[in-house]
Design a protein around this ligand. Sequence first.
Ligand SMILES: Cc1cc2nc3c(=O)[nH]c(=O)nc-3n(C[C@H](O)[C@H](O)[C@H](O)COP(=O)(O)OP(=O)(O)OC[C@H]3O[C@@H](n4cnc5c(N)ncnc54)[C@H](O)[C@@H]3O)c2cc1C
Ligand code: SF4
Length: 327
Amino acid sequence: MILPQFKYHQPATLKDALAVAQSCDGDFDFIAGGTDVLPNYKNRLNNRNNVISLSGVHELQDVSADRIGGMATLVQLENSAVLKSALPVLPAAAHLVATPLLRESATVGGNILLDNRCWFFNQSPLWRESKGFCMKADGDVCLVVPQKEICYATYSGDLAPVFMVLDATLHLAGPESDRDLPVAGFFAHDGITRNVKLPEEILTHIAIPKSAQALRAAYRKLRIRDSMDYPVMGAAVALSFADNTIETLRIAITGMETTPLLYDEVMQPFVGEQVSMDLIETISGAVQEEVNAYRNVHFSPQYRKAMVGVYLKRILTELTTPKNSNN
Ligand SMILES: Cc1cc2nc3c(=O)[nH]c(=O)nc-3n(C[C@H](O)[C@H](O)[C@H](O)COP(=O)(O)OP(=O)(O)OC[C@H]3O[C@@H](n4cnc5c(N)ncnc54)[C@H](O)[C@@H]3O)c2cc1C
Ligand code: SF4
């Protein structure tokens, strides 16, 4: 597959990148590492005439314990000594994304903003034409849920659920103004619009509250091949407990629905409860009950839903086991 033609822009500052975007009249994509944009362009999936690279915008690349630049690469996250010590769940989750080579280019911003996935979408033009185009590219129907009016393509990023359970905030810079949004409030239930970011806005960084450093947190994913694949179910948990009583409990799931989802309301009744195997079973079952999945990525929705409970039980058991009794 070869790339289509487009005009390539490489601004050197955030201000210039925003100005170039405004001059393109909506016909552009930002590109960071390109590991999602370029395969999609090769498959002629909604490609634009202008591509604005953010790779020259060095002010977006910082990594610290309370701020991660949108252009930080996943390798930067994986190797960050500061994060390994303050928020080890982030380097561990970054390590589970794609392959080592892809993680050299892939960025945190691109990971949060990657396009939703579907068997009927992530295909060559020839394949899609033979099956009939769908409304996410070139067509006007959904081949997965035909009677509905939105796209059910699955959100398949690994890092968003981790940022959700850490209670992180996204910072967006726009041509007129900047704004902050909680990660949990950023996504939109439609595989085409996907989130509330305006096209011209740039994700500059993610802010993580200091309180996140006091949490125990973990992320695990189900995928076809452990060497490279997207999550077909991913579970992130962050919690704190004292005297065997739950003080904070956050769970987020990815790879199932059109957005990653944080289950704060479902968790509310469990705060203040004593940790036990029964409680872990109940918490895991409560989230499993809530999640939905569609038949548009690998593994059946039923199996992926069942795995939500299985993975959560494993993670919760691990996180509530006192550290000194691991040996
Ligand atoms: C074989 C393969 C396996 C993969 N496996 C996984 C996996 O296991 N888990 C996973 O999560 N992903 C996976 N991916 C997807 C992808 O590699 C990663 O999600 C990666 O982090 C995307 O980052 P990027 O910088 O390459 O994004 P890009 O492709 O450059 O951009 C992705 C999207 O984000 C937008 N964007 C990027 N940065 C910004 C910004 N700062 N502001 C505004 N918009 C921005 C772009 O316009 C585009 O819409 C895989 C990809 C491949 C090819
Ligand atoms: S869920 Fe429907 S509209 Fe969305 S990509 Fe798949 S087939 Fe297309």
